[in-house]
Design a protein around this ligand. Structure first.
Ligand code: MN
Ligand code: MN
Length: 470
């Protein structure tokens, strides 16, 4: 059938209107295969790297395999050198030294590897009514009711007084037990259900059920607590006091899975922000295969979910120190390097959800399958606490993405004054680095099981690849 000629109106519209593209329209077989292959590896990463420590370990391993060497203070680096800075096993910076003078600027991609979860308190174990529990203090912004009655796995590390580190991971293998937070039966839930959702569960009541069997069949008080501690002592050589120097977290025990009849999406814990940190890590590894012009730096930060504080959060000086060290030792001026650098701050954005349309503004939201989302500003209440990238910098990002054929869109986080949020962008910008937010749209963000589109994930990878290919 002959194609109908376009009317002048249609041609004018095409020329003048901006329409966001959909990554799955006009997709070819090769692209579909690439998306699927990338998603498959990403799902493996998600299952292996539920905490920042695990993500960091994964990143170090893959970096080492690809010729990255551990960063050393005082060492002079030159073009083609590949280094990684292991910041306390919880955050990592990768650098590929470019052939150009580092004062011409560094291309920086930053994402975070921590995700909302339930942390143990330092004196967590107790017994009540014939059951043993862990006391917890949640980490990051969660809707508490979502975290009850789901299987949870225990991940983390106990550091003994002598410095020995004991890794713990229980609940991931099929044969492992899991843990959970109990909820009230509907039959007795009338008072509970009358509460507003934010009051349904208090943070203090997020206690984890961990046992119910008394030690040696004893009737005595604390026999169940004793039994739990006896098991931990036998398996890990730890005593109750060792929890004082532990970082243990409960995370959803579910594995990453394809979602939908068409398998176009992935449902998993921790998409925020692994769906950005994994693509930038992969882009960095690929970019490191040849010497780039500009120096490239990849940041996998910790503590984003609690405000980027601490030695491993994005406000840390460790990052500046690494760049200053690299510059100083090659006789370059780090202040000039910072001033000429540019950064993609890679964090997830809220994906438009028609089931909650009232909180979004459809003209300026990120949509599923429309590619990686570039967000000029974040913040809340009149753009407060936002980086707000400059029009000049956005123009260069637009050009870069379009030239590389990346499907991308722009979007804000919800309606004006509906809420808001921010990420590490402002801390990079504060260092005199042009920065813009770029990230994958997520449904059910911060829930134990978040959803993204495979095409958007891959589009993020292509965006970071383009950014690093300079
Ligand atoms: Mn995030
Ligand atoms: Mn988050």
């Amino acid at each position: 059938m002959a194609k109908k000629e376009k009317t002048e109106f249609e041609l004018m519209k095409e020329k003048l209107f901006y329409e966001r593209k959909n990554a799955l329209q006009d997709i070819n077989t090769k692209e579909e295969k690439d998306i699927e292959a990338f998603s498959k590896d990403y799902k493996k990463f998600l299952d292996l790297a539920k905490t920042e420590r695990e993500a960091c370990t994964y990143a170090i391993e893959i970096a080492k395999k690809n010729g990255f060497e551990e960063f050393k203070y005082g060492k002079k680096y030159s073009a083609g050198d590949k280094i990684y800075f292991d910041n306390r096993k919880k955050s990592i910076y990768l650098a590929v030294i470019g052939s150009e003078n580092i004062e011409n600027g560094i291309n920086i991609a930053a994402a975070h590897i921590d995700s909302p979860r339930i942390d143990l308190k330092q004196c967590p174990v107790y017994e009540d009514a014939g059951m043993a529990f862990f006391k917890t203090h949640y980490y990051g912004g969660i809707k508490k009711y979502q975290w009850t009655t789901i299987p949870l796995a225990l991940h983390g590390v106990v550091v003994l007084k002598d410095g020995t580190s004991v890794d713990i991971c229980i609940g991931e293998k099929e044969s492992d037990p899991v843990f959970c937070i109990t909820d009230l039966l509907p039959h007795l839930g009338a008072d509970q259900m009358a509460k507003t959702a934010s009051k349904l569960f208090s943070g203090e009541n997020l206690n984890i059920l961990i046992g119910s069997k008394p030690y040696g069949g004893e009737k005595q008080k604390d026999a169940i607590k004793l039994n739990v501690l006896a098991i931990l002592n036998k398996e890990y050589g730890i005593v109750e006091e060792d929890f004082l120097s532990a970082e243990l977290s409960l995370v959803p025990a579910e594995k990453a899975r394809d979602l939908g009849f068409d398998r176009s999406m992935i449902s998993a814990y921790g998409h925020d922000d692994k769906c950005c940190s994994y693509p930038i890590l992969m882009a960095a590894i690929e970019a490191g295969k040849k010497t780039p012009k500009n120096t490239l730096i990849t940041i996998l930060a910790d503590k984003e979910e609690t405000g980027s504080e601490g030695t491993t959060g994005m406000k840390t000086r460790a990052f500046d120190d690494m760049i200053c060290e690299i510059c100083d030792n090659m006789g370059a001026n780090s202040r000039i390097a910072f001033a000429n650098s540019k950064c993609l701050s890679a964090d997830v954005n809220a994906c438009y959800d028609p089931n909650y349309a009232e909180v979004y503004e459809a003209k300026n939201s990120a949509f599923l399958n429309c590619g990686v989302c570039v967000t000029k500003f974040t913040g809340a209440r009149g753009k407060s606490s936002t980086n707000d990238a400059s029009a000049e910098f956005l123009a260069t990002v637009r050009k870069m993405l379009d030239d590389a054929g990346v499907i991308w869109q722009t979007g804000e986080l919800g309606k004006v004054d509906q809420g808001g949020g921010g990420t590490v962008a402002m801390y990079l910008a504060k260092r005199n680095i042009d920065t813009v937010d770029v990230g994958v749209p997520v449904l059910s963000m911060h829930a134990p099981y978040e959803v993204i589109s495979k095409a958007d994930l891959y589009s993020a990878f292509l965006a970071f690849k383009a950014f690093f290919a300079n």
